[in-house]
Design a protein around this ligand. Structure first.
Ligand SMILES: [Zn+2]
Length: 460
């Protein structure tokens, strides 16, 4: 095999990683450059030095922008891509309505083509906003078996890394719950050696899962495979779990042995202090989704409080968008608005993106994922935000939330492959995808309109 040519990305400011507060700070290198060969980064340093060292490397121009590690999204729903502009035709007056009258009708209306197209559109959006690793949570009860393969194909074609799962639930009956478990297990095994696309066990939420389903899922879960579940997004999860099973959601997960360091818990808003302590003790992962929580008016996770109890808190978008830097800015603004304190937001929140990298490493055999360092996978982006003010490790977070988060992404590189070059997609064609989606969506929305709401949480 011919040795692939080195690529030198220069003329920018390198930010080698996101900082954990109070610990080692990331390197910020003005006039910096990154060199990769094949899928791996081979050097990070000043451009002058690296140009001497790699004189025959191909040059990629960052045009003065910021060179960052590829972003990571811990909670997404690709299947929601065709819901934009959809009129539910009824009032959504609480969280249960949002699920029952919107999402649980949309997911049942999906066919394979809609699943595939939604995934392709979402993957293109991830690329557009510089996300190179994404954790998706999928549901399509009318085309369940094989749906994760359709999504994996889109991820593969786009060039991203992903951790996929199917949402197991009892709300569509016992057979569907079993089929969901099978789809997860099949996919986890099939992908176990894959370098970029892995499976975990997807679960909807405590209040739509019967004991026997949780027990079966826990028993059959392969060693080391994590689970990905919604937790206390709304008080209904807590209340209904207590009512039906006599336990709060965290206690139920613990009882079935599902709480461990690969347990991904989206939201975690309506928990009590002892539950945060419990999650921290198990090293489980809480995922903050500020934009989605605001949209559903379900309250907000107090990231600082959860972190003060020792919880590891990461960041996701919950299908609202694929723009992680914008989600970080939303987390910051929602935090301040909630606290009514203009001095707050600089504790715990700067850790979110750093924690995302820490979490993603648990699911791939990549100890350097999420940073720019020699030997790390060549997952990197250029944000088109030439810094107008001094930038360093000490003010990186404030530069991110006040400026950089609003800028478009110029280049997205994943495993050394250019997916977006000078704002243009190289692997997927979003215009073509949008055109196909416009043809397909009316039929999808028509199927949606014909479906009834009124689903029982635990099936009939
Ligand atoms: Zn979600």
């Amino acid at each position: 095999m011919a040795m692939s040519k080195a690529v030198l990305l220069g003329n920018g400011v390198v930010v080698a990683g996101f900082s954990p507060s109070g610990a080692v700070q990331p390197r910020v290198i003005p006039g910096g450059a990154v060199v990769w060969r094949g899928e791996r980064i081979v050097a990070v340093g000043t451009e002058a030095e690296l140009r001497r060292q790699f004189s025959d490397a191909e040059f990629l121009d960052a045009c003065g922008g910021l060179i960052l590690p590829g972003l990571i999204n811990l909670h997404h729903h690709f299947y929601s891509a065709l819901a934009c502009g959809l009129d539910p035709g009824t009032t959504l007056s609480n969280f249960t309505d949002v699920l029952d009258r919107l999402w649980w009708r949309l997911d049942r209306a999906l066919d394979f083509e809609a699943v595939r197209l939604s995934a392709q559109l979402s993957v293109a959006d991830c690329i557009r906003w510089g996300c190179t690793t994404v954790f998706d949570h999928h549901a399509s009860p009318s085309c369940l078996a094989g749906s994760l393969d359709a999504i994996a194909d889109a991820v593969e074609a786009g060039g991203l890394s992903a951790v996929l799962c199917y949402e197991v639930t009892d709300r569509n009956g016992r057979d569907q719950a079993r089929a969901g478990i099978e789809e997860n297990l099949r996919f986890i095994r099939q992908q176990s050696g894959h370098p970029r696309i892995r499976g975990v066990l997807g679960l909807h939420a405590s209040f739509t899962l019967r004991d026997e389903t949780l027990a079966e899922a826990a028993k059959r879960r392969p060693e080391g495979a994590g689970c990905h579940i919604h937790l206390a997004e709304d008080p209904v999860d807590v209340k209904a779990s207590r009512q039906a099973f006599g336990l709060r959601p965290v206690e139920r997960l613990e009882r079935f042995g599902l709480l461990d360091d690969r347990c991904l818990l989206a939201h975690g808003i309506h928990l009590e202090p002892d539950e945060y302590v419990n999650l921290a003790r198990k090293n489980a992962v809480l995922i903050h989704n500020p934009e989605s929580n605001a949209n559903n008016a379900v309250g907000r996770l107090d990231v600082m409080e959860a972190a003060n109890h020792g919880c590891l808190v990461g960041l996701g978008t919950d299908g609202m968008s694929s723009a992680m830097l914008r989600a970080l800015r939303a987390a910051f603004l929602v935090h301040r608005a909630g606290r009514r304190d203009p001095s707050s937001g600089f504790k715990a929140l700067p850790d979110l993106l750093f924690n995302n990298a820490k979490v993603a490493r648990r699911f791939f055999d990549e100890p350097l994922l999420g940073e720019l360092a020699q030997g790390a996978p060549a997952d990197l982006i250029v944000v088109d935000a030439p810094p107008p003010t001094p930038i360093g490790p000490e003010n990186l977070f404030s530069c991110l939330v006040y400026g950089i988060s609003e800028a478009p992404v110029r280049h997205t590189v994943a495993r050394g492959r250019l997916l977006l070059e000078d704002f243009r997609h190289r692997t997927l064609d979003p215009n073509q995808l949008a055109a196909r989606a416009r043809q397909l969506t009316p039929a999808l929305w028509e199927r949606f309109g014909a479906l009834k709401s009124g689903t029982n949480f635990l099936g009939d």
